[in-house]
Design a protein around this ligand. Sequence first.
Ligand code: NAD
Length: 511
Amino acid sequence: MTDSATLTEETPSATTAVLDHWVDGAPWSGASARTAPVFNPALGRVQREVRLASTADVDHAVASANAAWAQWRDASIAKRQTVMFAFRELLNERKQELAEILTAEHGKVISDALGEIARGMEVVEFACGLGHLTKGAYSENVSTGVDVYTLKQPLGVVGIISPFNFPAMVPLWFFSIALAAGNAVILKPSEKDPSAANWMAALLKEAGLPDGVLNVVHGDKESVDALLEHPDVRAISFVGSTPIAKYVYETATSHGKRVQALGGAKNHMLVLPDADLDLAADAAVNAGFGSAGERCMAISVVLAVDSVAEAFVAKVSERMGTLRTGDGTRGCDMGPLITEVHRDKVASYIDVAASDGASVVVDGRDVEVDGDPNGFWLGPTLIDRVPTSSTVYTDEIFGPVLSVVRVDGYEEGLGIINAGRYGNGTAIFTNDGGAARRFQREVQVGMVGINVPIPVPVAYHSFGGWKASLFGDAKAYGPHGFDFFTQEKAVTSRWLDPSHGGLNLGFPQHT
Ligand code: NAD
C-alpha cells in the first residue's frame, strides 16, 4: 500500500491510500496507472483508491499462480488440511477486524458483516474435510487381474470474480474449496469494496499458504476479460448480475473453460391464509431489509393471499417503524446503499410504483438517519398492490424496497413465481404441510424455504439458483464445489504376468 494525500472534510475526493493487488504473497502495484475510488457509503466520501489491472497485469498474476501451482498440486492432503484449519482459526480469531472492513466499504451493519463472515467460514470448515471430499472410487477385478479406480485432480489456475454485496463470503465460497482441492487462484473482487480480499489473502499467507497460490487482482472489465480469455486459466467462478453472468459464461466457455456463473434474483415469499402472520411479517422485514436489500437471497416480493393481505401489510409496516437506518458502526438495523448512483436508481422505483398504480405504504426517502447526511441513504420502503406488469415487480431492484402483490390463492401465487425470469430463492409461509410439500415439488426455483425466508443452504449442500440465476451446471460450494474444482481421471490397471501376453486388435472386453 502506498500513502497519498490525507482525507479531510473539505476534500471529499481525497484518498488516504491506494490499494494494491496481491501477487506472489505480497502487495503488488502492477503496471497499469488506472485506479477507481472506494467509498465509505455511510460517509458518502472516497476513502481510498484501488488499482485497476491491465491485461498485462493479469498475465503476470496468472504466471505467478501457474508457477506456484506446480508446487501446491503436489502438497499432501495433510499439508493442505493444515493450512485450511489454520486459516479457519485465524479467521475466527480476527473476524471483528474483517467485519469492520466490510462495514467501512460496503456499509452493512457490523452484526450483518459478522453474519456474512460466519456463513463464509462454514465453507472453510467444510473444505477442511478435503481428504474425504477428494477421494476417488475403486473397483477391484473388473476383468481378471484388472482394477479400475478414479482420481480427483486439481484443474490448475482458476479465476474467481465476485460481486460487491458479499466481499468476504462469496470469495470464501469459492477459494476455500479451490485451494483445498489443490488449485491456484486468481481472485478478482468487486472494485467497489476490494479491501477484504487483500486482508484474507494476507491471512492465508499467515496460515501457511505458499506465496502465489492465491493472488488478488483488482480491476474492472479489462481484468475480467483477460481472465476469461487467458489460456492458462482453467475455470471461472463468477457471481454478479445476470447480464454479466451470461456474458462471462458465454465468453469463458467459448475459450474452453469450465464455468459456473451465478446471476441476479427476484425472490418471492408466498404467504398463505393459514400462516402465522407474525412470524411471516418478521421474516419479510428481516429478509427484505437486511443488508439494505442488497442480497441475492433477499425477499423482494411478498405474494399475500387476499384474505390476509391487509393484516399482513399492517404488521409489516408496524415493524418497519421500529427499524433504525444509519451508520453500520452505531448499532443500527440497516446501513446505506453501495453508491449514490445505485441509491438514486433504487429510490426512482418509488415514483414508478406510484405512477403504475401501486400504493406506497412506507416511503424510505422520508427516513430519519442516524449517520452522516452525505451517506447513501434510503430507508425501508413498502409498496402494496404492485402490478406484475410494473418494472417495480419485473426488475431486480437490489435495495430496501419490499413489494406486495396480492393473489387469490396458492395457484395464482405459484404461477407468478414460476413465470418469473429468475429462480434463485423462494419461501412459503404456511402451517399446512401438504401445501408446503406441493410447493417444494412444483416451484421452479433452486433454493426453497418452508417458513424460512432466506434458505441459503449450509456448506455441505450446494448453493445455486435456476433459470437466469445460474449459468452452467455446477452450483457453489458443497459437493458441487469439489466436483467443479477437480477433474476426474479413470485409471485401468493390470500388473502383468506372463498369461497376459498375445496380440488382439478387438475392442477390450472383460473376461
Ligand atoms: P456486477 O455484475 O455489476 O459485478 C460483478 C463482478 O463483475 C464484479 O467483480 C465486477 O467488477 C465485474 N463486472 C462488472 N461489469 C462487468 C463487465 N461489463 N464486464 C466484465 N466484468 C464486469 O454485480 P454487482 O453489482 O457487484 O453485484 C450485485 C449483483 O450480484 C446482483 O444482481 C445480485 O443478485 C448478484 N448476486 C448474485 C448472487 C447469487 O448467488 N446468485 C450472490 C450475490 C450477488
